[in-house]
Design a protein around this ligand. Structure first.
Ligand SMILES: Nc1nc2c(ncn2[C@@H]2O[C@H](COP(=O)(O)OP(=O)(O)OP(=O)(O)O)[C@@H](O)[C@H]2O)c(=O)[nH]1
Ligand SMILES: [Mg+2]
Length: 364
């Protein structure tokens, strides 16, 4: 794409940002390179402080205000702004000046150079940062980023997938509109996971503290965020847990059956009986993960995955096996407690290994 043909819609979701909107529009005008064809789309959810009215007073040929009545939500506001606009790229930024407009040039220049599907303004790549955050706020943000990386392979190589400051080719959003379920605050995560961008670049920026107006984030945001990631992951961690529980039932059921068919394997040769029932349950779990939990991520040889799944189940299996056997040979341990210890120790390892190593999906 040549410099002349670059066209960008700057999409700004607003809710009660009356003190910020005028300053922001002025800053944007100063910071968009002159050879770029751009428009600004403010999407306001009928803010009680009259942000939409203030924006309407500032209208120009290339400034639009979408005032939504009876609708509320950051992500849907962004999507509506992207649909409304008419340029090649949409550049999304917050109205509260936390995404400093000076960086718009860097992002546009990156898109011009690379023609990537998505350019992310990143706080966590080299040169980026956060001004004015407490250690706790930074820790929450980093933990949330880690959660997204664990459960969503499409964002694993991205330093700041939760950024609200990004550019995306409008085409890829429009082509995937029916897949988008914009829930919560993190619309970039939704776009990365559902619109399947082929190329992503990150440009560093320093996040500024908010000066005017109030944050719209409340305590329920954390829960909403986790639910959002779970939805985007197709509820995979829950499926994994359910399969694990079914595996426990199979393990105990098989042990009972062995006792019924061959009491020898339960009495004199308990170690063998226990090993057989554990192995059957591991294979049972593997098959369910193949056909259900990770159905969409099977690639390569199934036998290789089965072998790796044994490695992944090893910590849990070893603890269960040792506790079951030691119990049988005189050490008193409640069988349920033995199972629980095995699961607690083994589950995180089993899940992470399965997600990152056995049924992994390529990320951009
Ligand atoms: N249209 C619309 N915009 C919203 C809504 N909620 C928040 N926004 C805007 O989205 C942007 C981000 O909201 P903030 O409350 O600043 O969220 P944040 O930046 O993640 O959190 P802070 O760092 O605490 O400010 C701001 O421009 C808000 O005005 C909403 O429901 N509808
Ligand atoms: Mg903010």
């Amino acid at each position: 794409m040549s410099r002349q043909t670059m066209s960008v819609a700057i999409v700004i979701p607003t809710y009660n940002e009356v003190e910020n909107i005028g300053i922001l529009l002025g800053e944007i005008k100063k910071n968009v390179p002159t050879d770029v064809d751009y428009e600004i789309v403010v999407v306001d959810d009928n803010s009680p402080d009259g942000t939409w009215k203030k924006a309407v007073e500032l209208l120009e040929n290339n400034i639009f205000v979408v005032r939504r009545i009876g609708l509320k939500g950051l992500s849907t506001a962004v999507i509506d702004g992207i649909i409304f606009s008419s340029k090649d790229y949409a550049l999304v930024l917050d109205a509260d000046l936390q995404h400093p407009p000076e960086y718009i040039k860097d992002m546009i220049s990156e898109a011009q150079k690379t023609n990537v599907d998505v350019v992310i303004g990143s706080r966590y790549t080299k040169g980026g940062g956060v001004a004015g955050w407490s250690k706790t706020r930074l820790l929450i943000s980093k933990t949330a980023t880690l959660i997204a990386k664990l459960f969503l392979p499409s964002v694993r190589r991205i330093s700041d997938p939760m950024s609200g400051f990004f550019m995306v080719k409008r085409r890829i959003v429009l082509e995937n509109l029916s897949k988008l379920n914009p829930y919560g605050f993190k619309i970039l995560l939704e776009i990365l996971e559902r619109c399947n961008p082929k190329t992503v670049s990150e440009v560093p920026y320093i996040f500024r503290p908010r000066i005017y107006g109030k944050s719209k984030l409340g305590a329920k945001t954390i829960i909403q965020y986790i639910l959002h990631v779970m939805k985007l992951s197709g509820w995979r961690p829950f499926k994994f847990v359910l399969v694990g529980l079914a595996g426990m039932v199979v393990n105990l059921g098989v042990l009972q059956l062995i006792g019924f068919l061959s009491p020898l394997l339960i009495n004199q040769l308990f170690a063998v009986g226990s090993a057989i029932s554990i192995e059957i349950s591991v294979v049972f779990n593997f098959v369910l993960h193949e056909v259900w939990t990770f159905r969409d991520r099977r690639s390569g040889k199934a036998m290789a995955r089965l072998a790796l799944f044994h490695v992944s189940s090893a910590p849990s299996v070893i603890v269960q096996y040792l506790s079951a056997v030691s119990m049988k040979y005189g050490l008193s341990m409640n069988p349920i407690i033995a199972q629980l210890i095995g699961i607690l120790i083994g589950f995180p390892f089993n899940y992470i290994f399965s997600e990152l190593g056995i049924w992994k999906r390529k990320s951009v």
